[in-house]
Design a binder for this molecule. Structure first.
Ligand SMILES: [Zn+2]
Ligand SMILES: [Zn+2]
Length: 234
């Protein structure tokens, strides 16, 4: 099913909507954006869906994460999951512009970008970067706000096991200490308001670990900005 969808989307010709094939509409038509990218109420700390009028989910109330705020533009499901796969693994970096537009259209993202002194992409380990050829979070951050994007401040200092094989507790353990601020550049973070950008958030464990490293380096505020989030805690 997924494979079929992926191949179908990959085969969309330029000038057609990559989702419904409406023509001319590229890369995703307005009707598909209206249908699949409706904003939904989300926890302000971790971006999990919540009921209308609820500000924070129970998990964040019980144990506040190291992020001051977190905003997700989309749910990580059809059709976005397949498009993100093309972007990330199909080497189609051109999707970044569309994804950045979708993010900017989501509530709170634009003000968060304006408020930020620095926009930092979630770093990849050297091994993963070599595998993929580019850091999808960096390309996305640059498409959002090039002049505030700083790729070298937050480092991935340890290669970790693929998170998808682990439950939440194990994920948190897996990424502990995986991120660090460039030792010679702590002063660039101290007192700064930081937006941390990633393409997909699942459990949040990586984003939380990165936010923790930024806090320890003295960041005044850390906001997560993600294109898509899985809607169930993983
Ligand atoms: Zn469409
Ligand atoms: Zn939450």
């Amino acid at each position: 099913m997924f494979r079929e969808l992926f191949e179908g989307l990959a085969a969309a010709v330029p000038g057609q909507c990559a989702v419904c094939r409406a023509w001319p509409a590229h890369p995703v038509c307005e009707a598909c954006v209206a249908r699949f990218a409706q904003p939904r109420p989300r926890c302000r700390r971790c971006a999990l869906p919540v009921a209308q009028g609820v500000a924070e989910c129970g998990r964040c109330l019980a144990a506040p994460p190291p992020l001051d705020a977190c905003h997700a533009a989309l749910s990580y499901e059809y059709p976005w999951s397949a498009l993100v796969t093309q972007y990330k693994f199909g080497g189609q970096a051109g999707w970044a512009a569309t994804f950045a537009t979708l993010m900017r259209s989501a509530p709170w993202v634009e003000p968060a970008l304006e408020d930020a002194d620095l926009v930092l992409p979630m770093p990849l380990s050297g091994e993963r970067l070599a595998e993929r050829g580019f850091n999808q979070a960096l390309v996305l951050a640059r498409a959002l706000v090039p002049r505030k994007t700083e790729p070298g401040l937050l480092l991935r200092v340890r290669h970790t096991r693929a998170q998808s094989e682990l439950d939440l507790k194990a994920r948190l353990r897996n990424v502990q200490g995986a991120f660090a601020v460039e030792p010679l550049r702590h002063s660039a973070i101290r007192g700064k308001r930081v937006a941390l950008v990633d393409d997909v958030m699942t459990s949040g464990a990586s984003l939380f670990a990165a936010a923790q490293a930024l806090r320890e380096a003295g960041a005044a505020r850390v906001t997560g900005l993600v294109l898509a989030r899985t809607d169930e805690p993983h």
